[in-house]
Ligand binder design. Sequence first.
Ligand SMILES: Nc1ncnc2c1ncn2[C@@H]1O[C@H](COP(=O)(O)OP(=O)(O)OP(=O)(O)O)[C@@H](O)[C@H]1O
Ligand SMILES: Nc1ncnc2c1ncn2[C@@H]1O[C@H](COP(=O)(O)OP(=O)(O)OP(=O)(O)O)[C@@H](O)[C@H]1O
Ligand SMILES: [Mg+2]
Ligand SMILES: [Mg+2]
Lengths: 266, 266
Amino acid sequence: PLRVFAVSNQKGGVGKTTTTINLGAALAAVGRRVLLVDLDPQGNASTGLGVERRQRETNSYHLLSGRASLEEAAQATASENLWVVPANSDLAGLDLEISDSPRRAHLLREALRGPEGTPAGEGPADQRFDYVLIDSPPSLNLLTINAMTAADGVVVPLQCEFFALEGLSQLLDTIDRVKKTLNRALAVQGVVLTMYDRRNSLSAQVAADVREYLGGVVYETSIPRNVRLSEAPSHGKPALLYDRACAGSQAYLRLAEEVLRRERDP
Amino acid sequence: PLRVFAVSNQKGGVGKTTTTINLGAALAAVGRRVLLVDLDPQGNASTGLGVERRQRETNSYHLLSGRASLEEAAQATASENLWVVPANSDLAGLDLEISDSPRRAHLLREALRGPEGTPAGEGPADQRFDYVLIDSPPSLNLLTINAMTAADGVVVPLQCEFFALEGLSQLLDTIDRVKKTLNRALAVQGVVLTMYDRRNSLSAQVAADVREYLGGVVYETSIPRNVRLSEAPSHGKPALLYDRACAGSQAYLRLAEEVLRRERDP
Ligand SMILES: Nc1ncnc2c1ncn2[C@@H]1O[C@H](COP(=O)(O)OP(=O)(O)OP(=O)(O)O)[C@@H](O)[C@H]1O
Ligand SMILES: Nc1ncnc2c1ncn2[C@@H]1O[C@H](COP(=O)(O)OP(=O)(O)OP(=O)(O)O)[C@@H](O)[C@H]1O
Ligand SMILES: [Mg+2]
Ligand SMILES: [Mg+2]
């Protein structure tokens, strides 16, 4: 069955886009059919996958506002088994446009799984993909709520920095609220420590604190700070295509294996 | 006369909070009376200045919604000449609460400078401070619009990473729109390159591209990647108090001097 993950954290610059692209590419590399949905008006995930501005005529704004089907909005990437619904600044106007629509939190869910009443497993995304990853903007706004309402699980990138812990409880509260009011099935799939630098004592300290505070929810795999991860987007490729042997790519391959293990034995 | 700067960039994790705290502390260290306004519901600037959760009963939500005056909302910090209006998650509800108020974009401006019609220089902030710096959230929402409507200038922190350039044109468009519709005096005070790492060729490349593309708007001072800057917030202090001699503190002192030079000879 299809599994949908929202990659969310309202703290900015923690590695949401980098995780969506590279975890997605790693799952595709081990044979899963993966769709990435870019739900950030900045469109960083689309850029990191090499989607030019002029190729974003049909994008996640059109998918959510019902102007395009999933078939029309999803496009292939340079990686086998990896597809993307791109984003651009069209998305920035959606909040206001749909603020009085009663289904405003469910738009992405319905675009992926079909309108309310569609039998489980028979939606547009169910037929074509094994996994959907949704890149969220750095905010707890309607776009992030749409991602969480459409999702089975939330993957939370957490930077190994002091401010990272500050927003965590707000994020977990929001996930709880969405679970109670919009999507009973929602759970935290896992928390991934990003930009981990073992030479830096603050980084090691934050990682230790998070593992103590959250326990088994934190993936064993952490993502090291690795300059190749920040270079890959300028070539429009996931790190796996840009430099498969680098520490960043290897970490995301390990993370994909760990995600799949959790899916088998939840 | 009072000068108000919005520290804004919708790209996450670029150093908005770090710049607000440390540029503010540097201006205070050279004798200016400085107020920092935390306009991010994450409250990172408040934490970085040592404001405990229980000391945020009166905060920027109360200031903007008219429930507290500037006198009541501003509090002293451990640094001389440096005051702060703290923030917490109360602020997250403001968007919805004021969405149909005609003055919703002007709330902060009126709280600092007095209601419409107050003669220039006679508002609550004019009497007490030389500079106000406003830490914006990572989004182009009503809180960031409030910051820009209240401001004379925008200080734009720009991380030396590939994705940094992506959002710049959206940000400059937003500044233009606010200037045309809400605040004719608004201008870009400057763009500051942050987390500059001269050992990393991507960082040097992005810095060179930005200077070529934007010219003199970019400050000569760039802020190096310096772990002491990310450690200071865990001690509730600006870097200037935590470690005045470190490369980060010295860079922010230089930046403050450059900002003051621009103020003298615009
Ligand atoms: N493990 C890593 N090592 C080195 N650089 C990284 C790593 N992960 C991410 N980066 C870089 O750090 C910056 C922030 O990462 P990214 O853009 O993925 O974060 P984000 O959470 O999506 O940001 P936003 O909040 O703006 O959406 C980017 O320039 C990215 O290339
Ligand atoms: N020059 C620097 N050197 C090292 N670390 C830095 C530097 N500037 C900022 N940091 C660290 O990088 C992280 C992001 O910085 P900061 O929180 O100031 O960015 P921001 O733009 O305010 O983020 P947000 O978009 O979430 O508001 C923080 O953990 C901060 O301590
Ligand atoms: Mg992102
Ligand atoms: Mg911040």
